[in-house]
Design a protein around this ligand. Structure first.
Ligand code: HEM
Length: 426
């Protein structure tokens, strides 16, 4: 087993510093390390790479696709989603230990998520009111004939507030602003001892910001109807707390929506098929081709590029034993674009998601697999695919920036801020 000091790893070292002890990141920084991981695997083989952070923390990076099944299948008593000391909400302002019994799986938040998000159902039970509100909000998306991040964000923010909190929250940009500020400046939990995770925002200030947002969410919870996520989970006392996380998760949709439309803009045949589906009176909310396009966009540009667990017991990987407390990192972005194991890894091929078993293929994990899998996957797909359909029903993507080469390998990263789409009326 080789051990690599993070100083030798460039971008990967930064990645690990940022990841250890934190929840899954929704950034695209991992892409910078894909080449490093390929080079290390070519040089040293498929055994997990053992890294040491400057703080001495051991991190095992899984490079072998054959290890992925185990990562997803191990119970939380062996591979836990978070280290015990990290049993806290996404906000540093919340007391550590809240809602969680020292490393045990957290059944109550999961039950609340299950009630609100209905994972496992092919279409979310509130799909009818959701599709209605999406159609209303999407009008604004196409109004100017161009699409860029700010416009998509504005629409998805309204959509997210209406889905989670109710129509009364549609205009509450202030709440979205507080939550975003918390996440950007002080929201990510991270031990003060880990360099680079301290945000400079005092805990007291973060707590006050959190308190304001939480009070506002509780107000909406009192009025929420049964179609909203809060209303669906009304019997669960922790629902307002989970609403913070649901809103944070929905905040990843604008970039995915924009990238999916950009990819369709660069692939005319796929765009035509999507437009035909959008215009047909198919089963409401299903949109199988557009959902495949969204999954493919997430395979190429995942919003959660790395999945992280921490061992609770001693574990053996490729014949080497590692003590409890080792961080195990599954670089999902690396595996789902690994040309040695994924056909046409750097091309946009939505059809791959129509193959039987594709969604269960553990090499590809835009939503993860197993017990830790994203409970909001169907809702995320419903909203993103339906918004794409709203755009394509009336408009064609005529030009894109950046211009993508439909036959060459797609770029490793596609920052959402640089994307601009020109729409033409059909
Ligand atoms: C297309 C959009 C989305 C993507 C790509 C995505 C992806 C993911 C991934 C990869 C994970 C971590 C899985 C693991 O660690 O094995 C996750 C967790 C989670 N996601 Fe999603 N997600 C999306 C949308 C949503 C939505 C819309 C919601 C709720 C409204 C949601 C709620 C959650 C929750 C509650 C967790 C678990 C967090 C935890 O317990 O730590 N996600 N998601």
């Amino acid at each position: 087993m080789r051990t690599v000091q993070e100083a030798a790893l460039g971008g990967l070292g930064a990645l690990v510093r940022g990841l250890v002890g934190s929840r899954p990141r929704r950034t695209d920084t991992v892409h910078t390390s894909a080449a490093t991981l390929h080079a290390l695997r070519a040089r040293h083989g498929y055994a997990p790479l053992l890294l040491r952070t400057r703080g001495g923390r051991a991190v095992l990076v899984l490079l072998d696709p054959r290890d992925l099944g185990r990562f997803y299948a191990e119970p939380a008593s062996v591979l836990a989603a978070e280290p015990p000391e990290k049993c806290r909400s996404p906000y540093a302002a919340e007391p550590a230990g809240a809602g969680c019994g020292h490393g045990a799986p957290r059944p109550e938040p999961r039950r609340t998520d299950t009630q609100a998000l209905a994972p496992g159902l092919p279409v979310h039970p509130s799909y009818e009111p959701i599709l209605t509100l999406l159609a209303e909000e999407a009008r604004q998306l196409t109004a100017s004939g161009t699409l860029e991040l700010a416009r998509v964000r504005h629409t998805v923010d309204r959509v997210a507030r209406r889905i989670v909190l109710g129509h009364a929250a549609a205009q509450d940009e202030r709440l979205t602003g507080w939550l975003r500020q918390l996440r950007a400046e002080g929201g990510r939990p991270g031990p003060a001892t880990e360099p680079g995770t301290s945000t400079g925002r005092s805990r007291a200030t973060a707590r006050s910001l959190y308190g304001k947002a939480d009070e506002r969410i509780r107000e909406y919870a009192r009025r929420a109807d049964g179609d909203t996520l809060l209303g669906r989970a009304a019997r669960h006392p922790g629902a307002p707390g989970r609403a913070h996380q649901w809103l944070a998760a929905l905040d990843t949709l604008p970039e995915t929506l924009l990238r999916t439309l950009l990819l369709l803009g660069a692939h005319p045949a796929e765009q035509r098929r999507a437009a035909t589906e959008a215009g047909a009176a198919a089963a409401p909310g299903e949109l199988p081709w557009l959902r495949a396009c969204v999954r493919e966009s997430l395979r190429l540009y995942p919003v959660v590029p790395d999945l992280i667990r921490v061992t609770r017991t001693e574990t053996d990987w490729h014949g080497v034993r590692h003590p409890a407390g080792t961080v195990v990192l599954l670089p999902a972005a690396f595996h789902q674009r690994d040309p040695e194991h994924v056909p046409a890894a750097h091309a946009f091929v939505p059809g791959r998601w129509k193959d039987q078993g594709a969604v269960q293929d553990i090499r590809m994990a835009p939503f993860g697999h197993g017990a830790g899998r994203c409970p909001g996957d169907q809702l995320g797909l419903l909203v993103t695919a339906a918004l794409c359909a709203e755009v394509l029903r009336s408009h064609r993507i005529e030009a894109t920036r950046p211009v993508l080469d439909p036959v060459g390998p797609l770029p490793e990263t596609l920052g959402p801020h640089g994307i601009r789409l020109t729409l033409a009326r059909r």
